[in-house]
Design a protein around this ligand. Structure first.
Ligand code: KIV
Length: 323
């Protein structure tokens, strides 16, 4: 691929971080504000995850339905806002399973149409050749093994993977095959900590854990989970660092209450006009414009607000909306 834009973290820096023992921070984001918050917090990688299906698009307990077009739209919003972190677009179910060619076509769309710096795809085995094909075309690929939610049905649900010696061995082989195919990092989801530690020791490229214990090279969490925006049951591996859904609910209830009881908007949120213009305005309008309804006697605003002179400093008017 071409030179990364100025200020962008270079992919090889992630392997250098592993070598130095510096932890890599990855978080998901699905829009420009989320991307800006993540960038300001200094994260290295933003994943526009297909978890968007559940946390943004309203599908319950599955990532399968999210489409390429939806993922491209979300990735575009993140890429526009994230200057330094590496933006990874997550290939949705159906966009890479069919063939290497189809996978490459869709990976190219992530980079060309959505501004992604790299892509992620789930699975090893037959998916290894997809990774190789995409990497050979010059696009960075992040692998993903362990619990791969797109195949949750086949795996028997959202369950820890690699819990038997045999399954752990297969998981290690899968991760190694992804590295050999050229993946620049591998996500390990919901695997026992000792297995994740072993994969991490064996790979040169970084491992990014989610529910994989402390010995991976980095960690990733879903934005809505860590901020307490997701409600209901969450996996054991999620730590909530805030309770934003509570705050949002409280704020919306407060707003609704104030609209209903007339406390909002107050004078400080209201535009006035010069007294003489108001007089002129009143005398220029025909009486038929006034309502017979007592409390709407004034032409456009409630009496107390329309009569007050313009404050010395008006509240700012947002550029994109009319005052
Ligand atoms: O889609 C996603 O958010 C992910 C992370 C959980 C790794 O794949």
């Amino acid at each position: 691929m071409s030179t990364p834009p100025k200020g962008k973290l270079a992919l090889p820096e992630l392997a250098a971080m592993k070598q130095r023992g510096d932890k890599i921070v990855m978080v998901t984001a699905y829009d420009a504000p989320g991307a800006r918050f993540a960038e300001d917090a200094g994260v290295e990688i933003i994943l526009v995850g297909d978890t968007a299906a559940m946390v943004v698009l309203g599908y319950e307990g599955t990532t399968v339905p999210v489409t390429m077009d939806e993922m491209l739209f979300l990735t575009r919003t993140v890429s526009r806002a994230a200057r330094h972190p590496i933006v990874v677009g997550d290939m949705p179910f159906g966009s890479f399973q069919v063939s290497d060619e189809k996978a490459l076509e869709n990976a190219i769309r992530f980079v060309k149409e959505a501004g992604a710096d790299a892509i992620k795809l789930e699975g090893a085995g037959p998916m290894v050749s997809r990774v190789k094909t995409i990497v050979e075309a010059g696009i960075g690929v992040m692998g993903h093994v362990g619990l791969t939610p797109q195949s949750a049905t086949q795996l028997g649900g959202f369950k820890t993977q690699g819990k038997t010696a045999r399954a752990a061995g297969e998981l290690i082989e899968g991760a190694q095959a992804l590295e050999e195919a050229g993946a620049f990092a591998v996500v390990l989801e919901a695997v026992p900590a000792p297995v994740a530690a072993e994969v991490t020791r064996r790979l040169t490229v970084p491992t990014i854990g989610i529910g994989a214990g402390p010995d991976t090279d980095g960690q990733v969490l879903v934005y809505h989970d860590l901020l307490g925006l997701s409600e209901g049951h969450l996996p054991r591996f999620v730590k909530r660092y805030a309770s934003l859904s509570r705050e949002i609910r409280d704020a919306l209830e407060h707003y609704a209450e104030e609209v209903r009881d007339g406390t909002f908007p107050g004078d400080e949120h209201t535009y006035a006009m010069p007294e003489e213009e108001l007089e002129l305005f009143r005398s220029s309008i025909s009486p038929s414009a006034t309502s017979p309804n007592d409390h709407a006697k004034e032409p456009t605003m409630s009496a107390s607000k329309s009569l007050s002179p313009a404050p010395e400093s008006e509240p700012p008017v947002r550029k994109t909306s009319s005052p």
